[in-house]
Every structure is written in C-alpha cells, then in structure tokens.
Ligand binder design. Structure first.
Ligand code: SF4
Length: 474
C-alpha cells in the first residue's frame, strides 16, 4: 500500500474501493470519511451517491477524495443511504465518465452501482449487449452489470441482480442502490474483500475494515463468496446467487494492497506481513548489519525479518511524502528518475553496512534496480534483497493492474538472472507455501482459500475474453 503507487508504473496497483451505508442521517459525510480511508485503493476518481428515499444526489469527480468533495458539495448529498467509490482504472480508462458510482435511469427508476474488481467476460457480454441494442455510456465493466440488470425480465430487483450476476464471471465486490433498496454482493470466489459493520442502527459496508475504525463502526463479518444481502421495505435478508465455488481471496491484499490496519478475511494485514518477513528469514537467511523495508508496504515484513534474525531494523529508506500527482511518468527513463524523487537512502544508516532490503514484490525490476543503486550510492557495502511475495509470473485479470506477461521480469528470467539484472548481492522470494502460512488462514480449502494465480497461473475462474487471453499468452 504505497500511496504514491499510481505514479509508479513498475508496481502493481489496486483498482478500486467501495463503501456503503444505510440508515444514518449523515450518510454522505460518513461515506466521505470511509472513502478517505480507502484512498490507497484508487486515486483517479471518487464518487458518492445518496438517496433520501425519493431521489438520488450525485457527487463525482476526478482526483482524490479531498479534491472532489468539500464542505459545500457534501451537504448537497441528501439522505440516509449512500454508496461511494474510489477508482484506479485498469479497464475502462480514466475520466469522469467512468467515475463511479455509475447512475442509470431504467424502467423501474434510478439505480446506482459501484464495484471493486474486474470481470473476465465483460468484453464478450458487452459485445452481445451492444448487438442487441444496448448503448453504453462508459467503458467500465460495471456498466455491463447495470445493463444486464436493466434488461432483465425478472419481476423484482433482487431477481434481476441474481440473473445478471449469474452471467458475469470474475471478481467483484458490488453495491447497488435504488431509492428504496440497497443490494450488496460478493463474487462466488470472494476475490476482492468486502466487510460489514454496524454503527448504531446503521449498517456499513467497506472494501476494507480500516474504514470502519475511522468512523467508529463495529465490524460484524465479511460478506461470503456468492452472498447477496438485500435491504428493502421488507427488511434485511441474505441469499446466495450462485452455486458454492472455491474461495479465492486475493493473496496480494495481504502482501501489498490493503492498509496494515485492515483485517482481510479476518486476518490483520500488518501481522500477516510481519509473519511473511519472519518466514522469509527462515527460508532465506543472510548475514547482514541492518534490515530495511521499502516504504510503506514492506516495513511490516522488514520488521518481521529483523525480529526473526536479530539483525536490527533501521529506516534505511525514506519516502518523500510530497511528490504530487504531476509525477506521472510514462517513459522508462522518467520512471527510473521518478524512483529517485520518491525515495531516499539514509546515508547515516546504510553507509559501510551490509543491508537486507525487504520489498513486497518485483514487477518489471526497474524500481528494485534503482533502489539498490541508491543504497550503494549511499555507501551500503552489500545489498541483499528479500521479497515477501513469490515471483509474479502471470497477469491478474481480477482488478489488479499488472503488466502483460512479457513485461513481468519473473515470467521471463530465473531468480539468478533477476538478481543480476537488479544488481543485488543475493535475492530470494518467499515460497508460495511460506506466504500462505504467513497469512495464516486455516487449512482445508484449496490454497487456504486464496487466489495465487499471478504466482502459479492457476486462475480460479475460466478466463473468457479473448483480449484477456491475448494478454496472458504474451
Ligand atoms: S491473480 Fe494475483 S493479484 Fe490477481 S486476484 Fe489473484 S492473487 Fe490477487
């Protein structure tokens, strides 16, 4: 969870975060606070839609939550029910048109929809819908779900949503709001996190539990894979919309994406990262003088590595916090300069020292090479790199922005070749088993209930879209 991640194309990026609340007079403001806590999951756009029971109020814009909303416009969002979204786009492109929640007028009234995730058959469904007359306003996967709902002949919204969700394949944590109902659903594999909390009489939903802590809501439970919750005039009910599938929570949520103070699948992210560091130390010990983590997401794992080895943890790398949104650097050359802008090595800590540098992942390898150079320029005599995820060899199709396979260094080189390319003295990755042990879900489910496809290539769903498949073949 590096908050500058959008500015660095050599990292994996989360796509979105969703937040919803029903039954609170300050729905808009609480959604604002919730989205602010989820900002690390998307910085391109933010949106809130509320309802007072008769009509929607809509606020959306490009930029950070604090750039889109202010005291004045948040007061214009009326009602006790609201859903919100922060977006980092992998599919659908940037821009206000794609900012969520999307709002539609359909035969039965207004409908707002916000999702976190990616569908692997969206292009196919979109083509079919367009061929039969649907006109799309955006290029997002989310709109595909909205069209499927709008076209359904089902007698009520609940049945229409069920029907739509049985057509789509992929990852989604989904919030749908009308003027008299809220529907919450999780994909059949539970790929993206979605949790529920209570705040007095109000019920709250969030991609991550850190948002509950911010607003003082009390965690109740995670939404189950394939579960759908309906809040409407007849009360609250839960149902399943799809046959039970293998649970496959994205393991990268624990490695990198989620905030350290969140619990994903009931397991605290910081604690899991520390265990990753400990296991990495057992799997790949090394003699060194200091351990440092690449800020911010690798610090927990670095602390775990230091604790397990007895090598002191030090702040050998400092993040420059005020690198702004203008640092979007498309070219390789500028990317490499960008790392320098964002991180500094602390000479007084690393000079003359053998350094263990713990990082959460290697994507293309360019960032690692720059950071290692930086440590050496600051006087480190040795740089031993330890990575708290297994080698990323396959693209993600479930809402994480990964490069195509030909750009993933671990898909094309051995660990020794990567070590040479990034200029480390030694390089080790945690094993898949080690990572799953560190996260610590109980045994019994395949991969302990996690998706590990970007490491192994075994995707939990079929991958239908031909464009998606092209990416995988590269
Ligand atoms: S492929 Fe990787 S990043 Fe994507 S959902 Fe699975 S574990 Fe997460």
């Amino acid at each position: 969870m590096r908050d500058e991640s959008i500015f660095d194309l050599d990292e994996l990026n989360e796509e979105c975060g969703v937040f919803g609340i029903i039954g609170h007079a300050d729905a808009a403001q609480l959604t604002y606070y919730g989205l602010h806590a989820l900002q690390h999951r998307g910085q391109e756009s933010a949106g809130i839609v509320t309802t007072d029971g008769t009509k929607f109020s809509v606020g959306r814009g490009t930029g950070l939550v604090t750039e889109v909303f202010n005291n004045n416009n948040i007061k214009q969002l009326h009602g006790a029910t609201g859903i919100g979204h922060v977006r980092y786009s992998t599919t659908g492109g940037t821009g206000l048109a794609n900012a969520q929640p999307l709002v539609f007028n359909y035969a039965k009234g207004e409908l707002a929809i916000a999702t976190n995730g990616n569908l692997v058959n969206a292009k196919k469904l979109r083509r079919e819908l367009e061929e039969s007359g649907s006109i799309f306003q955006t290029t997002t996967d989310t709109e595909v779900i909205a069209h499927l709902i709008a076209r359904s002949a089902a007698p009520n919204l609940e049945s229409a949503v069920k029907e739509a969700l049985n057509c789509v394949v992929g990852a989604y944590a989904l919030l749908i709001m009308t003027n008299d109902s809220l529907i919450v659903a999780q994909d059949p594999h539970g790929l993206r996190p979605l949790s529920m909390a209570k705040m007095g009489e109000a019920t709250v939903f969030s991609s991550e539990t850190c948002a509950f802590d911010v607003i003082g809501a009390e965690f109740v439970r995670d939404i189950e894979p394939g579960e759908m919750l309906i809040f409407d005039a007849s009360g609250i009910r839960t149902t399943t919309f799809a046959p039970k599938a293998e649970r496959a929570i994205c393991s990268f949520e624990h490695v990198y994406f989620a905030r350290p103070d969140s619990n994903v699948g009931g397991i605290n992210v910081h604690a899991a990262r520390k265990r990753m560091g400990r296991i990495l130390a057992e799997e790949a010990p090394v003699e060194a003088d200091v351990v440092t983590g690449v800020p911010d997401s690798s610090i927990s794992a670095a602390i775990g590595f230091a604790e397990a080895t007895g090598i002191p943890y030090e702040l050998g790398l400092i993040k420059n916090r005020y690198v702004g949104r203008t640092f979007i650097q498309p070219s390789q050359e500028l990317r490499e300069q960008g790392v320098k802008m964002k991180l500094s090595a602390v000479r007084g800590v690393v000079s003359g020292k053998r350094v263990v540098m713990v990082d959460d992942s290697i994507v293309r390898g360019t960032t690692s090479r720059r950071i290692i150079n930086m440590l050496r320029e600051a006087g480190a005599t040795e740089v031993h790199v330890r990575i708290s995820s297994p080698p990323v060899k396959n693209p993600c199709f479930y809402g994480i922005d990964t490069p195509d396979r030909d750009q993933l260094i671990a898909a094309n080189k051995t660990v020794e070749e990567i070590r040479q390319e990034i200029g480390a003295d030694t390089l080790s990755f945690i094993s898949v088993e080690g990572m799953l042990n560190a996260i610590g879900r109980p045994p019994g489910e395949r991969n302990r209930g996690h998706c590990i496809a970007c490491f192994t290539g075994a995707y939990p769903t079929v991958i239908e879209d031909e464009l998606v498949l092209e990416g995988a073949k590269k």
